[in-house]
Design a binder for this molecule. Structure first.
Ligand code: PRP
Ligand code: MN
Ligand code: MG
Length: 179
């Protein structure tokens, strides 16, 4: 285990099981709909990559970058589009893929933008949900697992751009972000 990690919440095996279950559910629900699966960069990249390989249906993938946290551990409340989608959304069944929903600000903003582009449907799958921190009335359509209100990193989730490549999800030691 990495020196900066206090405790592992979800091992590689735990994550694989959660992702497989989500993939099965999504395959059933989206079969025949050729969904446009949208990865919210950068945090959702590892989850997206594993999830689509657990969906045995025709689908298309695209990427969007919006950032609200920057290099801080606190949300700034300011969400910026860094990269927009390449594929048109109109008439498509859009599935947004997130690694974690915290306050819900990022997703609320993103959904407002995409709704205005007239998708046939717009839903969200998140690997982790931290409902204690929610300020927006946002409930994910598909959720892997709930997490306590701790600073979690790994499997895409960063602190100041670090730890995204950890194969597990763990709690960051307090001394790392209070230093
Ligand atoms: C993180 C995370 C979610 C968002 C959740 O992204 O990946 O996208 O914050 O927080 P919220 O619900 O309070 O908006 P971040 O802005 O850190 O960008 P990143 O994915 O590039 O790390
Ligand atoms: Mn993110
Ligand atoms: Mg981040």
């Amino acid at each position: 285990m990495h020196d900066d990690i206090q405790e592992i919440l979800f091992s590689e095996e735990d994550i694989a099981r959660i992702v497989r279950d989500l993939g099965e559910r999504l395959s059933e629900d989206y079969r025949g709909l050729n969904p446009l699966v949208v990865c919210v960069l950068k945090g959702a990249a590892p989850f997206m990559s594993d999830l689509v390989r657990r969906m045995d249906i025709a689908l298309e993938m695209d990427y969007m970058a919006v950032s609200s946290y920057g290099a801080s551990s606190q949300s700034s409340g300011v969400v910026r589009i860094m990269k927009d989608l390449d594929i048109p959304v109109e008439g498509r069944h859009v599935l947004i893929v997130e690694d974690i929903i915290d306050t819900g600000l990022t997703l609320q903003y993103l959904m407002d933008i995409l709704k205005r582009r007239n998708p046939a449907s717009l839903k969200v799958v998140t690997l982790l949900d931290k409902p204690e921190r929610r300020t927006e009335g946002l409930v994910p359509d598909y959720c892997g697992v709930r997490v306590p209100n701790e600073f979690v990193v790994g499997y895409g989730l960063d602190y100041a751009e670090k730890y995204r490549n950890l194969p597990y999800i763990g709690v960051l030691k307090r001394e790392v972000y209070n230093a």
